[in-house]
Design a protein around this ligand. Structure first.
Ligand SMILES: Nc1ncnc2c1ncn2[C@@H]1O[C@H](COP(=O)(O)OP(=O)(O)O)[C@@H](O)[C@H]1O
Ligand SMILES: [Mg+2]
Length: 433
């Protein structure tokens, strides 16, 4: 057995280093040879009673090779464990210092596993246990075991809450109001609801034509919520199960069970407002079926078709607490900001010429134009995006939208707005006549 070889080797070292001290051989924790623990636990660290850790030495061992195992946690590569032979030093006030001979090694019998043994004076088992505990804590810090984001309908690819708040380009007062609404609800509102013996559930709707940044805004709000230790529940109707009320129900269960404040995002709320589901959605909004999370739940719903959210929802007090209209580009200033953002390092002052053509378009239009222009430049092996290329790109995008006009005006278009001027000039919340 490998451990017998380890103990045998360690006992020879023990005899060399501490010939007149008795020892016991124990199975030890594999974390003590982990580099993370060794770097993190500083010399002088107080352990149990009057004992302190006094550092380590790497031992030259012919039965184990110091080797590390790396794994992935999320997107990053982390050291999982490392094998090696060490002596760990400890001091105890008013007593002789002592050391522990420690060897860890990967076993390859059936599963690859790191096993470790240690030799130490029998009366020091307590101190050693405290040291092992400190190593384990260093290697596996108290990671928040709870998940931050629950995605209902689809996979993580549907929703990525890593968007920076500053990357969402919208009138700043609109962004501020939205953020203030969320913060005021969680910091003050929840208590007020509770005092009134109401389930703390606030409901906001982001309404606007496709491509104005509603999804992006939700992702940025989610990022901020997670930073505040809130949980995000995201419901998508765009997977093959579509917009079924069953998803809303599952989301509400997650909200109720969360034990944390929750930001509940329901994209394209309008899609759930059909047939029998409509009555049930209204029940949720009315509070009949709404979630009771004592820490508070904020619903952030979006719609591209505010006219579907008819007066039965929009005008009835309490169904939706607030509707934020997410506009297309309002003015030259806003257009310039968006264009600079998406041209990034390719931005040139001459691009200002096209800015006024972007007013009335959604953000997605600007992004597409900028990307397309950069592609055109790349195709002609040019390193710069000239004004001509940018103009060419805008023109071709507009042509494309116009020619697919019929398609775009159908119920479920894909992101760009053909009739932005029109929908801009009237309130998107006006019911369709
Ligand atoms: N206000 C905006 N600020 C920055 N980028 C935007 C904005 N609106 C749209 N975009 C760009 O267009 C893409 C599509 O927008 P999206 O958030 O999906 O719009 P919506 O959900 O309103 O249809 C975004 O991922 C982003 O790249
Ligand atoms: Mg969207």
């Amino acid at each position: 057995m490998q451990y017998e070889r380890l103990v045998k080797w360690a006992s020879e070292i023990w005899e060399e280093r501490c010939p007149d001290r008795e020892y016991v051989a124990i199975w030890a924790s594999a974390e003590c040879s982990n580099k993370i623990a060794q770097n993190q636990i500083k010399v002088g660290r107080k352990l149990r009673g009057k004992a302190r850790y006094q550092g380590y030495e790497l031992l030259d061992c012919d039965v184990v090779v110091p080797i590390s195992d790396y794994g992935s946690r999320g997107k990053s590569t982390v050291l999982m464990s490392s094998a090696g032979a060490y002596t760990f030093h400890f001091s105890v006030e008013d007593e002789e210092p002592f050391e522990v001979i420690y060897v860890s090694s990967y076993f390859d019998d059936d599963v690859q596993d790191l096993t470790a043994i240690a030799l130490l004076p029998e009366d020091k088992l307590d101190t050693w246990a405290a040291f092992e505990f400190a190593c384990a804590r260093a290697v596996r810090p108290r990671i928040r075991r709870r998940r931050d984001v629950y995605i209902i309908g689809g996979t993580d690819a549907f929703f990525d809450p890593t968007v920076e708040w500053s990357d969402v380009i919208l009138p700043s007062d609109l962004k501020e109001e939205l953020l203030e609404d969320m913060e005021a609800f969680f910091t003050k509102g929840v208590d007020i609801y509770r005092q009134l013996k109401l389930a703390p559930f606030r409901k906001l709707l982001l309404a606007g034509v496709p491509g104005t940044g509603k999804t992006m805004l939700c992702a940025a709000m989610a990022k901020l919520a997670i930073e505040q230790k809130r949980i995000v529940v995201y419901v998508s109707g765009s997977d093959r199960d579509g917009a079924s009320f069953e998803k809303i129900q599952r989301a509400l269960q997650a909200v109720t069970a969360a034990h944390y404040p929750v930001l509940l995002i329901v994209e394209e709320l309008d899609a759930y407002l059909h047939d029998d589901d409509k009555a049930r959605v209204l029940n949720v909004l009315d509070g009949v079926e709404s979630p009771n999370n004592p820490q508070g739940a904020l619903l952030l719903a979006t719609t591209n078709y505010p006219e579907v959210i008819d007066e039965r929802i929009a005008k009835r007090p309490g169904r939706l607490d607030r509707i934020f209209v997410i506009p297309t580009i309002q003015d030259d200033h806003h257009a310039e900001q968006m264009l600079r953002h998406y041209m990034a390092d390719q931005w040139k002052e001459e691009h200002l010429d096209v800015v006024s053509q972007l007013v009335g378009q959604p953000g997605a239009f600007v992004r597409e134009s900028a990307l397309h222009a950069r592609m055109l430049a790349a195709h002609s092996h040019s390193t710069e995006v000239t004004l001509e290329l940018l103009q060419q790109s805008i023109d071709s995008l507009l042509r494309q939208i116009r020619s697919s006009g019929d398609f775009m005006s159908q119920r479920r278009p894909i992101g760009l707005n053909t009739a932005s001027k029109k929908s801009n000039s009237r309130s998107p919340l006006m019911p369709r006549r």
